[in-house]
Design a protein around this ligand. Sequence first.
Ligand SMILES: CC(C)(COP(=O)(O)OP(=O)(O)OC[C@H]1O[C@@H](n2cnc3c(N)ncnc32)[C@H](O)[C@@H]1OP(=O)(O)O)[C@@H](O)C(=O)NCCC(=O)NCCS
Length: 174
Amino acid sequence: MKIREATAVDIERIGNLHLDAFGKEEGPAVSRLAIDLLADETAQPLLALVAENRTDIVGSIIFSTVEVRGSEEIVAYILAPLAVASAFQQRGVGRALIERGLQMLKDRGTDLVFVLGNPRYYNRFGFTHHHQVSPPHELPYREAWMAMALTGNALDSTSGQVLCARSLNAPEHW
Ligand SMILES: CC(C)(COP(=O)(O)OP(=O)(O)OC[C@H]1O[C@@H](n2cnc3c(N)ncnc32)[C@H](O)[C@@H]1OP(=O)(O)O)[C@@H](O)C(=O)NCCC(=O)NCCS
């Protein structure tokens, strides 16, 4: 399996991958989000990676830039969405995409990465809900709103509220 940055020719396959990974109910909205984010200038700078085997794209991850209102000097991204093709789940593809993405963001001088997701999955990478940055929209499950510092003590020294890209800010995604 190879991990590389996504390009314009991957967009349709990335959309289809999200339909498959998230299923009939959630798939269409998440697929649309992934495609919209790739074209959203307010999401820039953005990091989009795909995992591919010999014939197809089997995983995709997107990190888009966010502003932390109240700590504007902080360089921060949000991880969303992440998808692994249903036939390739539970084999470390998600882990490989997350780890590669975090390393690349660290190399680019990123201080913080946010994610809204299942703590059982994301805690293992170092994401925690013990931070002082609010999500863009009020959430019923605070434990699912997590952050991870890639530099020093960014987690302790940052407070405020995340402002994310236009396409991701739509309430249906929160
Ligand atoms: C969630 C997802 C990205 C994980 O990627 P993956 O390549 O299947 O998972 P990995 O091989 O990296 O990790 C497997 C581990 O994650 C756990 N895991 C997988 N999906 C999980 C989920 N939705 N919630 C909690 N834990 C999960 C597995 O139980 C396994 O745990 P173990 O190592 O203790 O046995 C992938 O399964 C997927 O695309 N699912 C459908 C879409 C989705 O729910 N995306 C939301 C991400 S928050």
